[in-house]
Design a binder for this molecule. Structure first.
Ligand code: NDP
Ligand code: OXD
Length: 317
């Protein structure tokens, strides 16, 4: 008798109704178990799709074969105690990539077109035209040239910016000048708008500190450097960031991620007029797209084909 397909456990801290609706018909013939129901027996499940899972999850589901991250980043999984030695597949999907590029382009244009200053003027009922540099005179440097960084680079280029990219290993990208790890200094000295799209790993934790921010170009068309981060909050030294914004080493910032999320109401970041804040919403995972990706990877796995987007545990991404 053919055995029934392995069950999938879902542990996603997303909107419950969105998950329920996206699960309708998503895994035909396969049992789907919700980890939030503590009465469920997960002991025979083969697969898990998770975003910030409960700490007891691996005790409850000891026979998993593949772990799917509910997002592109996997730091939330790699930090878990008792993480089993099974493949971890991260979420890579056009919808996620497109959303991130929209956010990055939006933030770069917002600083180019002086949105923080105009918002302050609007609050004060002030009608005053500010200077208007052109995108071609401004250089965006992207730290992290992975799936998200590369797409953002192409779209920023389409908007007319000069674009540079930095990554651990050297990349070849059409019309985009790229730098490898050891070339960070040169990359920073030519960057006006610094975009962080790095995963959080032991090597990137706290990388955006005062000394790094102080190496950005100071005499560019924007009148001072801007920092834009949608990677992970853990890669920014927030005390250094606040000091750099307050003393003018940085002219402004756009921050989607923070060391503590939600950002506490008493955080000084909230009241800085030169900072645009979004609530870790640069590129939310679309539940339907996520389940499509999980279904297709499970199907590859069960047909004996290699899984795609498997995390390298040594590098941490
Ligand atoms: P990828 O794994 O595709 O790319 C990671 C990039 O970072 C690669 O270019 C890699 O270099 C580079 N990198 C990693 N470590 C270092 C290092 N020590 N020094 C220099 N470069 C390094 O990831 P994605 O592009 O898919 O996603 C990036 C991150 O974005 C995620 O890990 C996640 O944290 C964040 N994210 C945030 C979202 C949000 O809504 N705010 C949504 C989705 C993702 P190399 O190419 O040489 O390997
Ligand atoms: C992700 C995120 O990693 O949303 O996908 O942060």
């Amino acid at each position: 008798m053919p055995s029934s397909p392995g069950a999938l456990v879902v542990d996603l801290k997303f909107d419950r109704r969105e998950i329920e609706s996206a699960l309708q018909g998503a895994f035909p013939g396969r049992q789907v178990l919700q980890a939030s129901d503590k009465s469920q027996d997960l002991s025979r499940a083969d697969y898990l799709v998770a975003w910030k899972p409960d700490p007891d999850l691996f005790d409850r589901a000891p026979n998993l074969k593949v772990l799917f991250s509910g997002g592109a980043g996997v730091d939330h999984l790699l930090a878990m105690p008792d993480l089993p030695e099974i493949p971890i597949v991260r979420f890579v999907d056009e919808s996620l990539t497109t959303r991130m590029s929209e956010w990055v382009v939006l933030q770069c244009l917002s600083h180019l077109r002086q949105v923080p200053a105009y918002l302050a003027q609007q609050r004060d009922h002030l009608w005053r035209e500010l200077s208007q540099p052109e995108a071609k005179d401004v250089t965006v440097g992207i730290m992290g040239l992975g799936v998200l960084g590369r797409d953002s680079a192409v779209k920023l280029k389409m908007m007319g910016f000069n674009v540079l990219g930095w990554s651990r290993t050297k990349k070849e990208l059409e019309e985009i000048e790229t730098f490898a790890g050891h070339e960070l200094g040169t990359f920073l000295s030519r960057t006006d708008l610094l975009v962080g799209l790095l995963p959080l790993t032991p090597d990137t934790r706290g990388i955006f500190d005062r000394s790094l921010l102080a190496r950005l170009r100071r005499d560019g068309a924007l009148g001072g450097p801007i920092f834009i981060n949608a990677g992970r909050g853990g890669s920014q030294n927030e005390a250094d960031l606040l000091a750099s914004l307050e003393e003018g080493t940085l002219r402004g910032a756009s921050l989607d991620v923070f060391g503590t999320e939600p950002l506490p109401p008493e955080s000084r970041f909230w009241s800085l007029e030169n900072v645009l804040i979004t609530p870790h919403a640069a590129s939310a995972s679309d539940a339907r797209a996520l389940f499509r990706h999980v279904r297709s990877q499970i199907s590859r796995f069960e047909q004996g084909q290699p899984l795609e987007h498997v995390v390298d545990r040594t590098s941490g991404y």
